[in-house]
Design a protein around this ligand. Structure first.
Ligand SMILES: [Zn+2]
Length: 481
């Protein structure tokens, strides 16, 4: 295994290069040269500078690092625990019952493991949709973990235990922003993460005003069945808070009116297909977003239920979109004879879709000289699935998987090589996460712990508004009593 920590140039040699530049240039037998933290050259037959580390990319696909625009990274400490949950059970477990039990070290543990998992899977930029930041110590722990792993991250600051107008206006939050986020450049970005319940009094206004003052984009779970709906979008729009930097997560249960408002104000939607398919936010909305011309990025939401790699996001998004198109056509007694959503488009969403959504499109997202070197080599000589490579985008979306990620560079640094992470202490992450699981088991007791993981099937219960910080119930559009 090699390393370039001493600033050695890296030359990826003789691969199938998907540049994802504006023209979607594809090079056969292509090379990508990295010098310092940037892509220096992309071409065929490049000359290796003295001392360069050459990586043989033959038989593989070289592409930009993937970008996940919505991960609750702290929840990775409970990986797989909620496999059989609905959204209701998720809300009950995290918002009402057990979310409060997470200590700063538990946020650290989850973030650390999620951050390592991301770069291992070729996800070089991840938005940490961090809504477990109950105290400034929790927030410090979240950033400590992100800074301990050589990936590119965006902290989307949130706190599900308080109204956004409370935490966003607190001196603690302002102090934290100055201490930990100001001046971090493109390795640690910053968003504010909160939801808009549709309460006609629009208490979220104060948080939006703070975001505007700080010049920080807002990311918000929108169009989540029973929790957020068109009212939240309308209130944001009527009050002048829909801006191009906004990221609308899910945007699944919305009407044309909301999609028109999003399209008109230049925001983008983060689609978490695996999540929407099984939690119940609404049908994965790409089939609608495409019609409205709304930009899309992809995300995995949370490893408490689902996988954490964008191969799954691409695959499930293609499947859901095509499935819906067929279903709608069959309802009209028609047949879809040509797929409208192509594999190339979801690879674009997994790369450029993310860089555009995060305002990083001149920094990452494509293999273009001058951009920061966030690069993935998909190559696995031991795999029967890596040949023939005939349709490179289809190969990425439907054939490859995270075990095929051979090498990863972030900001010019080789963080994975020959299928092994470089300079990552995975055992430490394992110990940290074990302590968190132990703590939760102790605090909850074995019976409640097991019950939380294996919800029984009771009579149907309508979701109560999980946002306990307001008295407005979006589900019934009434004040709670
Ligand atoms: Zn989410």
């Amino acid at each position: 295994m090699a390393t370039n920590e001493t600033d050695r140039p890296v030359l990826l040699r003789n691969g199938l290069v998907l540049t994802m530049d504006d023209a979607h240039t594809v090079l056969t037998g292509g090379d990508v040269l990295v010098v310092g933290d940037r892509i220096a050259e992309v071409g065929v037959g490049l000359t290796a500078p003295d001392g360069a580390l050459e990586i043989d990319a033959s038989g593989g696909i070289v592409m930009p690092g993937m970008i996940d625009t919505h991960r609750h990274m702290w929840q990775t400490a409970m990986r797989g625990y909620g496999a059989d949950w609905t959204l209701t059970q998720y809300f009950v477990w995290y918002y009402l019952e057990s979310g409060k039990l997470f200590r700063p070290e538990d946020v650290y543990a989850g973030n650390l493991l999620a951050a390592i998992e991301a770069i291992d899977a070729g996800v070089t930029t991840t938005v940490d949709w961090s809504h477990g930041l109950q105290t400034p110590q929790h927030a410090d722990a979240a950033v400590d973990a992100l800074e301990a792993v050589p990936g590119r991250f965006v902290l989307a600051y949130g706190n599900l235990q308080q109204g956004p107008w409370e935490w966003a206006t607190s001196p603690d939050f302002h102090d934290f922003v100055q201490r930990r986020l100001a001046g971090k450049g493109d390795m640690l970005g910053f968003q504010m993460a909160f939801d808009v319940t549709g309460d006609p009094a629009f208490p979220e206004r104060a948080a939006f005003e703070v975001a505007r003052e700080l010049g920080v984009p807002v990311t918000t779970h929108a169009g989540v069945w029973g929790a957020t709906n068109d009212d939240g979008i309308r209130l944001m729009h009527e009050n002048g808070f829909m801006t191009p930097g906004n990221v609308y997560v899910h945007a699944a249960t919305l009407t044309r009116d909301s999609y028109n408002r999003i399209a008109a104000t230049g925001g983008s939607v983060s689609v978490s297909t695996e999540s929407e398919q099984s939690a119940g936010q609404g049908y994965p909305p790409t089939w609608q977003l495409r019609h409205h011309g709304i930009p899309v990025s992809l995300s995995m939401d949370t490893s408490v239920w689902w996988s954490g790699d964008l191969f799954s996001a691409m695959r499930s998004t293609l499947g859901a979109d095509r499935s819906r198109e067929h279903l709608e056509a069959h309802g009209r007694q028609e047949t879809i004879t040509h797929c409208h959503l192509r594999a190339e488009q979801v690879v674009e969403w997994a790369t450029r879709g993310g860089s555009r959504a995060l305002g990083l499109d001149d920094v990452v997202g494509s293999l273009t000289p001058g951009r920061k070197a966030d690069i993935v080599l998909i190559k696995n000589d031991a795999s029967p699935v890596m040949f023939p490579i005939l349709h490179p985008y289809g190969h990425v979306a439907f054939q490859a998987q995270r075990g095929d990620v051979h090498s990863v560079l972030v900001n010019g640094r080789l963080v994975k090589h020959e299928h092994r992470l470089v300079g990552i202490d995975l055992d430490r992450a394992r110990r940290e996460v074990e302590r968190t699981v132990e703590h939760l088991l102790d605090s909850m007791g074995r019976e409640a712990f097991d019950k939380g993981m294996n919800p029984d099937i009771p009579e149907t219960k309508v979701l109560d508004n999980p946002y306990t910080y307001t008295e407005w119930d979006a589900g019934s559009a009434q004040w709670k009593r």
